[in-house]
Design a binder for this molecule. Structure first.
Ligand code: ADP
Ligand code: MG
Length: 700
């Protein structure tokens, strides 16, 4: 159960003054993912993006147009709107030595203003100055206070990211109350770390950020900011380490083999494994042999050749007499894997079966029978693999392809089908090291660097969309020469329908030039239609395939050598990289055309430049991290919420490793978190919503 000390922070926000259902609704959209319960804590975790410093006093005459200034003025006179003009503003004139300014209020009550701004009083007013016909005015000053009292007010005010309808004032007031309600919590950070890093306590750290006294307090390098980042990392790493312990458990199983199937496979392969592949296979076979359970991430750029590594692992499992599953994120990919792998498996005498949601009736029953009896050694499929009614004879290895969106929870579920099967997760997104720790800190990592030998670089150009017809001509001659072309149309306005229209319209246009050599594949098509479209392209019946981003992950057509990406400016860097990886898979020279609609914004133009400069997925991922923060790389962009709420990886990456080491040390010495510090750490886990990790503790 959550420690009672956290109760005030887990109360509903409506318990705060000034927060009714309407404001709570706005806060909900601003602060948490859809469906998540909004708590007072979430206000604390909403950090300012900057501040307004009202300490510097200025004079009316020298205040620039649009500047936010603080003035010391004497209230001169009030000018209420005339009776007939109820929409006219109420003006209060005030002056300093240099001139006069009108403090302008709309729909304000006279009595309230008379009380707020008494004639003759010396006051501090702060807000945005506007000049019109040589007269200065300030509409609804942000801040007014009698000079004598100004000391009592904080003249440095944090600015928060807002959402439409929510005022900064209301938000600040709510956050101030959340701060007041923050209890003194027992310290969970190790004293040595605390001292070396000169971290303040959590409560002080929060107060420093929400009630800054200077811009420097909001600097990500400030001890207060770093303290919060560290707390978040520590909670994350503790949770991952706990899940690692749980997943590994006391006993896995040792999977060994005589190498006969591996040898036959190697013989059947049309190529030699690269050094990186050999070494990854080595890591994996060693893990499988060890009695500890394998939890390994195989990280490799698009086209790096992960599939064959997985196949080797599955062959070893077959040698050991257990079954494997290969889980693909989409139907198309599952089919492609199955067709690619079955040739090799046939040659090696390994039995392989595909199972997806599309299998029904008798055929499905027959498949299920073969899976249950153990006749099938490798099962390739989609999530259907883990549905009710699918029983394995003896599942020993689970391979998850192209799936970096799996949380701890899903991973636990996934392995429920077997007797603690070994787990290999393959990710094509070249996540930078720090992010690997954040998302997969509970796994060991093998990296496939570089690409198989013989690959030619992909020539990448960025062109404005006016050049579309030129491209069409160029494609014409390429297609005549036997090339295959991907033509990608982007998501328009995030609506599936217009997305579809764009692709259909483009296919129409291209058909005018190329007739029935043009195919179309999009997300709204039925499974069989998609397969048919892809199969026709693979076979060369169609030579140009217009696609929405359904082709993004993993599809392998080695003969495709040109990819055109329309509205490239709308895609993220990692997405562009993934898409480009569809070509350059064979030994042909390939090209990638990024068509954009000018004018290009700064970020979009930076993205396209990086794409032109490099094909190195890891470098692209690092650049992406710099350009847009961590969210996209971890696939959280849909929810709009970053992976970390407080920490900023681009600034705090160094702390992640400290947190990882600390988490491992803690759990090595106090695996149940029972010591005083252990108790404090439980509070930390709850504070960051890692309740699930605490449950892992309990179930042992
Ligand atoms: P990814 O890592 O993106 O999943 P794949 O496993 O689909 O990459 O491999 C991409 C292509 O490279 C496939 O056509 C595969 O047959 C080929 N390939 C894999 N390993 C090698 C190698 N060592 N030499 C040559 N081609 C290879
Ligand atoms: Mg792949």
């Amino acid at each position: 159960m959550r420690p009672a000390i956290l109760d005030p922070l887990f109360a509903a926000v409506t318990t705060l003054d000034g927060v009714g259902p309407k404001v709570a609704g706005l806060l909900q959209t601003l602060l948490v993912r859809p469906g998540q319960t909004l708590r007072v804590r979430d206000l604390l975790f909403h950090l300012p993006s900057g501040l307004i410093d009202r300490r510097r006093r200025e004079e009316i005459l020298s205040a620039g147009q649009g500047a936010i200034v603080t003035l010391t003025v004497r209230i001169d006179r009030h000018q209420p709107p005339g009776r007939a003009q109820s929409n006219a503003p109420y003006r209060v004139f005030a002056q300093d030595e240099t001139g006069e300014i009108a403090l302008t209020y709309f729909r304000a009550k006279a009595a309230w203003l008379e009380n707020l701004l008494p004639v003759g009083e010396k006051m501090l007013v702060s807000g945005k100055v506007e000049w019109f016909n040589g007269r200065a005015q300030m509409v609804h000053p942000d801040f007014v206070a009698p000079l004598a009292e100004a000391e009592n007010h904080s003249l440095v005010e944090p600015i928060y990211p807002l959402t439409a309808g929510l005022s900064g004032k209301v938000l600040r007031r709510a956050i101030a109350q959340a701060l007041e309600k923050t209890p003194d919590m027992p310290e969970w950070i190790e004293p040595g770390v605390l001292k070396r890093q000169t971290f303040p306590g959590l409560k002080d750290g929060l107060a420093r950020l929400h009630d800054p006294s200077d811009a420097i307090d909001l600097d990500p390098a400030s001890p207060a900011f770093r303290r919060l980042a560290y707390d978040e990392f520590l909670a994350n790493q503790l949770a991952l380490t706990l899940s690692r312990q749980k997943m590994r458990g006391k006993s896995g199983r040792s999977l060994e083999g005589d190498g006969s199937l591996l040898a036959r496979l190697k013989h059947a392969l049309p190529f030699e494994l690269t050094e990186a592949q050999v070494s990854a296979v080595g890591d994996i076979l060693a893990d499988m042999k060890s009695p500890e359970r394998m939890l390994r991430l195989l990280q490799g750029d698009v086209g790096a050749g992960k599939t064959v590594v997985a196949l080797m692992a599955m062959a070893r499992a077959a040698e050991a007499g257990v079954q494997s599953v290969l889980l693909a994120p989409t139907e198309i990919l599952a089919r492609q894997h199955a067709s690619g792998l079955s040739k090799l498996c046939d040659a090696a005498g390994i039995t392989l079966e595909i199972l997806t949601g599309r299998d029904t009736g008798k055929a499905r029953d027959a498949k299920l029978g073969r899976i249950e009896s153990g006749d099938t050694q490798i099962v390739v499929g989609t999530h259907a693999l883990f549905q009710e009614g699918v029983d394995y004879h003896d599942l020993g290895l689970v391979v998850v392809d192209e799936q970096h969106r799996f949380g701890v929870h899903q991973r636990l579920q996934l392995s429920a089908k077997g007797k603690r099967p070994d787990l290999l997760v393959m990710t094509a997104t070249p996540i930078p090291r720090t992010l690997v720790l954040a998302a997969f800190g509970d796994m060991d990592v093998s990296r496939l660097v570089g690409k198989p030998a013989g690959r030619k670089p992909i020539a990448t150009v960025a062109l404005p969309e006016e050049r579309l017809l030129d491209i069409v001509k160029r494609i014409g001659s390429a297609v005549e020469g036997g090339d295959r072309v991907y033509w990608v149309c982007p998501l328009v306005e995030e609506s599936e329908k217009s997305d579809l229209t764009a692709a259909e319209e483009r296919a129409e246009v291209l058909r005018k030039f190329f007739g029935d050599q043009v195919g179309l594949v999009h997300g709204r098509m039925k499974g069989e239609e998609k397969d048919a479209a892809m199969a026709a392209f693979q076979a060369g019946t169609t030579r140009i395939i217009v696609a929405t981003t359904v082709i993004e992950v993993g599809v392998d057509v080695p003969d495709a050598s040109i990819i055109v990406i329309e509205h490239a400016e709308r895609f993220g860097l990692s997405q562009l990289h993934q898409l480009r990886g569809r070509v350059g898979r064979g030994n042909k020279a390939s090209s990638c055309v990024l068509l954009y609609r000018p004018p290009l914004g700064e970020t979009a133009s930076a993205r396209l430049n990086i794409m032109r400069e490099t094909e190195d997925g890891f470098r692209i991922a690092e650049e992406d991290l710099k350009l847009r923060g961590e969210g996209d790389l971890l696939g959280t962009q849909q929810s709009g919420m970053p992976f970390f709420r407080l920490a900023r990886l681009e600034h705090h990456a160094d702390l992640m490793e400290v947190a990882r080491d600390d988490a491992r040390l803690i759990l090595a010495t106090d695996p149940e978190l029972k010591s005083a510090r252990g108790e404090a750490l439980r509070t930390l886990l709850y504070l960051f919503g890692k309740d699930e990790a605490v449950r892992l503790l309990r179930s042992g």
